[in-house]
Design a protein around this ligand. Sequence first.
Ligand code: TEU
Length: 550
Amino acid sequence: MTDFRNKVVYQIYPKSFLDTNGDGLGELRGVIQKLDYLKDLGVDYLWLTPFYPSPQNDNGYDVADYRAVDPRYGTMEDLEELIREADKRGIGLMLDMVFNHTSTDHEWFQRAMAGDPEYKDYYIFRKGKPDGTPPTNWESKFGGNAWEYVPKFDEYYLHLFDVSQADLNWENPKVRQEIQNILKFWMNKGVKGFRFDVINLISKGSYEDDNQGDGRRFYTDGPKIHQYLEEMCSNTFGKDPSFITVGEMSSTSMEHCFKYAGADSGELSMVFSFHHLKVDFMGNEKWVLVPADFKKLKEILFSWQQGMSDHNAWNAVFWCNHDQPRVVTRFGDEGEYWKQSAKMLASVIHGLRGTPYVYQGEELGMTNAGFTNLSQYRDVESINHFQILRDKGMSEEAAYCILKEHSRDNARTPMQWDTSENAGFSSGAPWISMNPNYTRINAQSQVGDPDSIFSYYKALIRLRKEYPVIAQGDFAPVDQAHPQVLAYRRSLDGTQLYCINNFYRKPCRWRCPESLEGCRVLLSNYPDAKPGEEIELRPYESMILIRETK
Ligand code: TEU
């Protein structure tokens, strides 16, 4: 069995990675071109977000054909070459599988709409209420009611996301069989892993109005979810112990994750959960401006570390992906302490128990987009919610401030490779604006610089492979109540590793409640880090210390 505990995954959003044909959109050949860069960084797997044929209403998460490559992204031959070339460098490919819904352009949905009862049963069609309103009051994650009326059937279909993303009916065994066949198709191509999009939403419970919320309690971690995952696993990737899988778990609970990602539960290798990334929300409400709650962040991160460890289950650990704002802007400092804070945030994640995920550009300290006008936004969620905020009476200016902090497009500006036009991303007009700071923040200036953020990520990835305590050790919080220090200990067979971080710009004097005697510095974002009984932590200072048994 592949031991994925010392592995690191790098996420690629192909559209924004590298454009080699000048059409302004990145594609698979761009990924092939940068494999040596990724090998140099030291990552083991590449998770590619969807490149399948799609109308691109949700940038490919609206899949119209699960077994092909959208010509915008290249050809099947390009993909096969990418798999081969990555493999030569010891890198495996993980594909993104979007099975909660299909695009309404998918052949299955087209047949359903043509009235074929077999295919109507692939989706979730329901009658409205007697008064003509939708079957339930559930809200789409992208705004508005989650049901779309189809006059010719006098029925509604469910779409938890965009109206062009129709939810699949997992109750139907034919749907589950189709999905297994798709997985086998890609496994035969030589991919090494899968990421499953919002997979904990596939088992719908009862269809009733939610008088306490947006409906999510009726379909999140639903009644048959474990049965569906076990079945999918045992008939496909479960047969290959080297295969790696990660489930994206929306609004999940830890108890369910013990099972989803339990070492012996026969479901998935690991899970993404998002509670630690809602500490700047108001409850579940994302479209507000609220300062990040640091204590809550620690509580969530640490309780998941301990809980998952106690239950022999495995986490994916991460700050960034294509749906999240850039972490250096969100929890660090874009200005004077840009470099120190980006490195500190990297230490926090890469020292944890779990598999770290690096999202393209994170290793360079890329920042939020800084968009100021709606015309710069491309994301359906951002554009819809801008309108919802305006409809509630919010001023344009206030709505822009919220988008600027929370929009998913913050993560989607193109990779910043060098200082040439469009950062070397494209010779054409990029599909979404570049961040103008590419003249300062780019790969070219960081790859050979031992003090760069890139080199720091490289060191963190190497340390995970060199020190089993990082890959396999137990986790314990240290001084959890401290208002500005985030610290924890990992231990394995008499070796202890401490990860100590000043999460803020303000310096602070910190006394470690545990003796640090005999510890040496493994890595720090300051050249002269000094562990001692009392530590003077400078702005965003981070130190990783180790004490090994002789
Ligand atoms: O994301 C699921 C998800 O829950 C978030 O996108 C969420 O809807 C949003 O951040 C709420 O504020 C996955 C993909 O990662 C995302 O890109 C897709 O849009 C979505 O599923 C639908 O497939």
